[in-house]
Design a protein around this ligand. Sequence first.
Ligand SMILES: *Cc1c(COP(=O)(O)O)cnc(C)c1O
Length: 474
Amino acid sequence: MSRSVLPTCFEISHPGRRGADVPALDVPVREGLLPEEMRDAPPALPELSEVEVVRHYTALTRRNHGVDNGFYPLGSCTMKYNPRMNEEAAAWFGDLHPLADARDVQGALHLCHDLQRALCEVTGMDAMTLQPAAGAHGELTGLMLIRAYHRHNGELAQRRKILVPDSAHGTNPASAVMAGFEVVEVPSAPDGGVDIEALHGLAGPDTAALMLTNPNTLGLFDTRIETIAEIVHGAGGLLYYDGANLNAVMGIVRPGDTGFDVVHLNLHKTFSTPHGGGGPGAGPVGCKARLAPFLPTPVVVKTETGYALDSDRPLSIGKVKAFYGNFGVCVKAYAYILSLGGKGLREASEAAVLNANYIMHRLRDTYEIRFHRPCMHEFVLSTENIPGLTATDVAKGLIDRGIHPPTIYFPLIVHEAMMVEPTESEAPETLDAFCEAMLELAGEPPEKLAAYPQTTPVGRPDQTLAARKPKVVG
Ligand SMILES: *Cc1c(COP(=O)(O)O)cnc(C)c1O
């Protein structure tokens, strides 16, 4: 890679050049459009030959960093390697039409039904919907279930508050507000878990639910989860499980067994759908039996004559997604679960946890790691103990070494945070190369650090300006 900026496809356009010939019009031209409905000039589309288009996009992909080109330890996002076999399985269903009659797509409905059962088994839930399109959408759906539940019990007017720990992902409070609740922040204890005393003081007759990620965004498993559940349930509230970190505990701990009533999963983090480019994801939501009547419609059910889509559910919160969710993502998850089996899922979690602990131990004498206990599938370090070194410097230095930076400046409660998630599929040499790059960067002089990155088309842009006023066309 070099500093040069690629020309846009508009800049390499030549009038009249084309990659395909459209057949001549063989239907009558429709007359009668008003002049103001007509274009004054043809649309300003780039005109390129096929090979130019292919080269343009191939050049762009080479400027991107993905799991297929190198290590991608982006904490909380779980950029894990997704076996190609699952992509192939999704492609087998590529011809299905979402409006097809349920009788003609029995195989697809069978798959949805089995996947729901498998996800219930992994999470310890009684019922599951596959419809939500992503984790945040799952949160909204789950909170709507909680709302419907309290309304059904005549308690909604009183239960207005959702408790959210200060270590939570930003989507948690955002979803709570979108679902019509007020957010109350719960502080963390010195060991990184929920502050039990504070929770005691905050949980009460106005509590609708507590949203918790366990292990949390510090990569720590909250061992007081049963006490937490007792406090919240004791106050009449429900427990919502943010499943983005399920990677650490598959086949080991089930959220449903530790007191959670509602969970969402991020199939694109845990069950083999690539993400990061904004492609479709899926955020299935599971719940305990007492919340099942409120699940969104349609629900895939098994009847005596086969599988069916049931929309006759008077207590349902209604539809949350067009058709049946992102079905292709569900196929990948199903293929992943079947190919690994229960034992394989557990091994994936164990390897993810082992890899994170290995890196943490190699870096702990150099970087600050606030919590002195084993981590789960990810951990948070800080550069604050090294004078003059920022998380940004380390991130930019890693880019020049061909490594995607860990998540930086999150969670917000750790200054100069770097959140490292190696995932289960990396070889020891890759983990070692990352550790060596991290150790090397910690000892470099400030002038050298300030000059990173040198291998990317742009150096260090003004991040606010780049986000607010992106320059997308050259
Ligand atoms: C990623 C993430 C979410 C949101 O999930 P999306 O699928 O990106 O909408 C919520 N909580 C945590 C802890 C996450 O890491």
